[in-house]
Ligand binder design. Structure first.
Ligand code: IVH
Length: 701
C-alpha cells in the first residue's frame, strides 16, 4: 500500500486535486453520458485512494470533494444488494469433444451405471445481462444486477418497466413459494437496437456498438423513464434463493416459470443424452441468424435437479452446467470497392462493397470502414482479400487484410479530398479544444450538395421532425430526382407544383389518386408545428431533439432566433455568450446554432418556410404552476425523490434547474448534508426550502 502520510502538504494537495478531477470526470462519463471509461473496480480503487489520502491529510476534505458528495459515493447511484445465493458463471466447452468429456465427468461424479442415461436441458445462451428478481409471497420486491456475483446493484424500478417481468406471479396452477428468486437475462431485440441507434444518431446522441451494450446502457439508468422508453425483454432460465423448488427437473421448473408469466426461451429443449444435445447445439446455431436477439452459444444443464444438487459447484461455476459458445463468425471475401457516402451534415463515410459472402447464415455485401484513419491504419485497399466478421454488431467489420493475396498492382487507398457527389472541397476541421483533426472529413458544399440536400430532406420529414404520413425516405428521393422537391419549402408547394406539372404524381409507380390526396392532406396537416420540432427538423449540426427543445424554451419563437443571430444585431457577441450560458448548450452546439441562423441562405430558406408553415411560439409546459419561470437549485442528498426525478418534475412545471446558487436563484431546495450551496443561499438571502416544503409548493399546498 502506498504511504500517503509521508507526502508533503503541497504534494498531497496536488494529488488530491488530480484524483478528485479524475473521479469527477468518471462520474460525468458514468452518470451523464452513460458511457463509463473504467470498470467499477477501477473506479472504486480511485475512490479508496482518495479516501486514504484524506484520512492522512484531513485538511484536504472539503464539501466539494468527491468523497463528500452524494452520487459520487462508491455505490454510484444504485443501492447494493447482497445475493443470498451467488450468481455464478459457466465453464466453457470449445468443441463437441469437450461436451462429451463434460458428460463423462458428470457420470463419474455421480457414479452412474453405463446403461443409465443423463438427460440434458439445452438452452440458447442469451447475449444480454443477467438479473435476479426476488419474489416474496408472489410479489416482485427486489431486482438486482449480477455485479461481481456476490453483490449486485438494486435496479428494481428499472426492471419493473420490463413487460416480461410480472409484478405478481400468476398462481392459477399451483401455490407460489413464499420466497423465490427468478434469474435470467435482460436483452434488447436486434430490431429495437437498430431503431434506437437510428434515433440516437439523429439526435447526435451515443450510438451503441451492439444490442448487449444498448441493453446495459438502457437498464442501468438512474432515470427510470429512459429505461421504460427502451424495449427491453427478459428470458427466465435459472433461480437463486427459494423456499421451495417447483419441479424435479430444469425443464419442469422452466415450465412453471412460464405459468407464472415469464418468457422462457422456446428453443430450449430436453435431450436424452449428449449426442442429442450436440444435435441441439447445431440446430440452434442454424437458427441463430434468423433470431431477433443475439445468442452467443448454447448452455447445457443436467436436467435432473437431484443430480444438480449432488454435483454442486467448483469455485465459481456449477459442475452440472457448461456453455458451448459459437465460433466467431468470420469469412474471407474480396473488397471490390470503397464507396464514399455523404450524409446530412456532409460527413464522408467510407463503406466497403464486398463480393457477397455468407457469414453465420447471413449474406454480407457491405462492411463498415469507420473513417479515413481506420482505412490507413489497417492499410485496406480496393481489390484486397479481407477477413470480415459479424459479431453481435449488426454491421460487419473488416478484421484484417490477407496480404498474401494482395494484387501486385494494388495501391494504397487515397481518401477523396473533394465530395464525390458535388465536387466541393472536403475537409477535416480542427477540434477547437483538442486542436486535433476531426476524424470525419466533411463536404463544404452545404446546400449545393445534392447528397446533403436529400439527407436533410429525409431528416426534415423524419419521425421526430415534421413526421409527414406517406412522405418517407423513399418518396423524398423520388421527388428529389423528379425535381419536385429540392428544398423543404417545396414540400409545402408540392400540390401546386403537381397541378402545373405534365407528369402528375398520381401516375407515378406506387401512387394513385387516393394516395396523392392523402399525401397532400398529411402535408397540410403539418402547416402548423411546434417550435422545438421545427428547430430539430432544420438539421442544424449537433442540434438533436434535446438541444432543439432547449433553444425553443429559451428563445420562444423562430423570429427571436433569426433576430438574435441576424446581421442587424449589433450585440451578436453578447448573444453568443447568452446562448453558451444556457444549461446544456456547449461550445460546439453554440457555434453551429450561431452559424446556422446567421448564414444568409438559411435565413432565406426560413423566410420562405415560415410563409408556408406556422411555427407556434413555444409554450412553457405549465404556465400556472407556482414555480413557472423560477430558478431552483437542488442540493444535498434528497430523500423523497431522486435528483433526476426532482429536476424533471421542476422543468415540467416550467422552472429552470441550475447547478449553482446566485442572486438570480429563486429557491434552494436543501436535502440532508447540504453544504456550500446552502451556505451561499443563506448569505445571499435566497429562499431555502426543505424537500417537503418544495413538494408542498409545487402541489400548490
Ligand atoms: S445459467 C449457474 N443459462 O451466461 C447457472 N446462463 O457465463 C448460471 N447466460 O452470467 C447461469 N443465457 O448471464 C445460464 N440460458 C442460460 C444463459 C445464461 C445466458 C449468461 C448469464 C451468465 C453467463 C454465464
Amino acid at each position: 500500500m502506498e504511504d500517503l502520510t509521508s507526502l508533503s502538504l503541497e504534494e498531497a494537495e496536488k494529488l488530491h486535486k488530480a484524483l478528485s478531477k479524475e473521479i469527477e470526470q468518471h462520474n460525468a462519463a458514468y452518470y451523464q453520458k452513460d458511457d463509463p471509461e473504467i470498470s467499477d473496480a477501477e473506479y472504486d480503487a480511485l475512490m479508496i485512494r482518495l479516501k486514504k489520502l484524506e484520512e492522512a491529510h484531513p485538511d484536504l476534505i472539503t464539501q466539494e470533494s468527491p468523497t463528500q458528495k452524494v452520487g459520487a459515493a462508491p455505490s454510484r447511484g444504485f443501492g447494493k444488494v447482497q445475493h443470498k445465493m451467488p450468481m455464478l458463471s459457466l465453464d466453457n466447452a470449445f468443441s463437441s469433444d469437450d461436451l462429451r468429456e463434460f458428460e463423462r465427468r458428470v457420470r463419474r461424479f455421480l457414479g452412474l451405471k453405463p446403461d443409465e442415461d443423463v438427460s440434458f436441458f439445452a438452452e440458447p445462451k442469451i447475449d444480454g445481462l443477467s438479473a435476479s428478481l426476488r419474489y416474496e409471497n408472489g410479489r416482485f420486491v427486489q431486482g438486482a444486477t449480477r455485479g461481481d456475483g456476490r453483490e449486485g446493484e438494486d435496479i428494481t424500478d428499472n426492471l419493473k418497466t420490463i413487460a416480461d417481468i410480472p409484478d405478481e406471479l400468476s398462481s392459477e396452477s399451483e401455490l407460489v413459494p413464499d420466497v423465490f428468486e427468478v434469474r435470467g437475462e435482460v436483452y434488447m431485440p436486434i430490431s429495437d437496437f437498430q431503431t434506437l441507434n437510428e434515433t440516437q444518431a439523429e439526435k447526435g446522441a451515443k450510438v451503441f456498438a451492439n444490442p448487449r451494450n444498448a441493453a446495459a446502457g438502457s437498464l442501468r439508468q438512474l432515470d427510470v423513464k429512459i429505461t421504460a422508453s427502451r424495449n427491453l425483454r427478459f428470458f427466465a432460465y435459472a433461480w437463486g434463493d427459494a423456499s421451495e423448488i417447483p419441479g424435479l427437473t430444469q425443464s419442469e421448473v422452466l415450465a412453471r416459470f412460464r405459468d407464472w408469466g415469464f418468457s422462457v426461451n422456446s428453443l430450449s429443449n430436453v435431450c436424452s443424452n449428449m449426442e442429442e444435445a450436440i444435435d441441439a447445439y447445431r440446430k440452434i446455431e442454424e437458427l441463430r441468424a434468423s433470431l431477433d436477439y443475439d445468442i452467443d452459444g448454447v448452455v447445457f444443464k443436467v436436467n435432473r435437479l437431484d443430480w444438480q444438487e449432488r454435483l454442486g459447484f467448483v469455485s465459481r461455476s456449477p459442475r452440472w452446467a457448461i456453455a458451448h459458445k459459437f465460433p466467431a463468425e468470420q469469412a474471407t471475401t474480396i473488397l471490390r470497392e470503397i464507396e464514399i457516402q455523404v450524409g446530412r451534415t456532409g460527413a464522408l463515410t467510407p463503406v466497403a462493397r464486398l463480393e457477397p459472402v455468407t457469414v453465420g447464415g447471413v449474406v454480407v455485401s457491405n462492411a463498415t470502414l469507420h473513417n479515413e484513419d481506420e482505412i490507413q491504419r489497417k492499410d485496406i485497399r480496393e481489390g484486397d482479400t479481407v477477413v470480415i466478421q459479424r459479431a453481435g454488431d449488426v454491421i460487419p467489420q473488416i478484421v484484417e487484410v490477407v496480404l498474401d493475396k494482395r494484387p501486385e498492382e494494388s495501391k494504397p487507398y487515397e481518401f477523396p479530398t473533394s465530395c464525390p457527389v458535388c465536387g466541393s472541397h472536403a475537409v477535416r476541421e480542427k477540434n477547437p479544444t483538442s486542436g486535433k483533426d476531426d476524424a470525419v472529413r466533411r463536404c463544404t458544399g452545404g446546400l449545393v450538395c445534392s447528397a446533403q440536400a436529400v439527407e436533410r430532406l429525409k431528416h426534415f420529414v423524419s419521425r421526430n421532425a415534421f413526421d409527414i404520413d406517406g412522405l418517407g425516405a423513399k418518396q423524398i428521393e423520388l421527388f428529389y430526382n423528379k425535381d419536385l422537391v429540392k428544398t423543404p419549402v417545396d414540400i409545402f408547394r408540392l400540390e401546386e407544383k403537381d397541378k402545373n406539372s405534365l407528369t402528375r404524381i398520381r401516375n407515378f409507380e406506387g401512387f394513385g389518386e387516393k394516395a396523392v390526396t392523402n399525401l397532400f392532406n398529411a402535408i397540410n396537416d403539418r402547416r402548423q408545428i411546434e417550435l422545438d420540432r421545427f428547430v430539430y427538423a432544420l438539421g442544424i449540426r449537433h442540434v438533436g431533439q434535446g438541444n432543439a427543445r432547449l433553444l425553443a424554451k429559451n428563445y420562444l419563437s423562430i423570429d427571436a432566433l433569426l433576430e438574435t443571430f441576424g446581421p442587424d444585431n449589433p450585440d451578436i457577441g453578447k448573444a453568443y455568450v447568452e446562448l453558451l450560458e444556457i444549461d446544456g448548450i456547449g461550445a460546439a452546439v453554440a457555434d453551429a446554432v450561431k452559424e446556422f441562423f446567421s448564414e444568409q441562405h438559411n435565413r432565406d430558406l426560413l423566410k420562405d418556410l415560415t410563409s408556408e408553415v406556422d411555427v407556434m411560439a413555444f409554450e412553457a409546459p405549465d404556465d400556472d404552476s407556482p414555480v413557472s419561470g423560477k430558478t431552483v437549485v437542488f442540493t444535498g442528498s434528497l430523500e423523497l425523490m431522486t435528483r433526476s426525478e426532482a429536476k424533471a418534475k421542476a422543468e415540467n412545471l416550467g422552472a429552470k434547474v441550475s447547478g449553482s446558487v446566485s442572486a438570480k436563484t429563486d429557491y434552494v431546495v436543501a436535502g440532508a448534508k447540504a453544504g456550500s450551496k446552502l451556505a451561499k443561499a443563506e448569505s445571499l438571502g435566497v429562499q431555502v426550502l426543505s424537500e417537503q416544503e418544495w413538494l408542498d409548493l409545487i402541489s400548490g399546498g
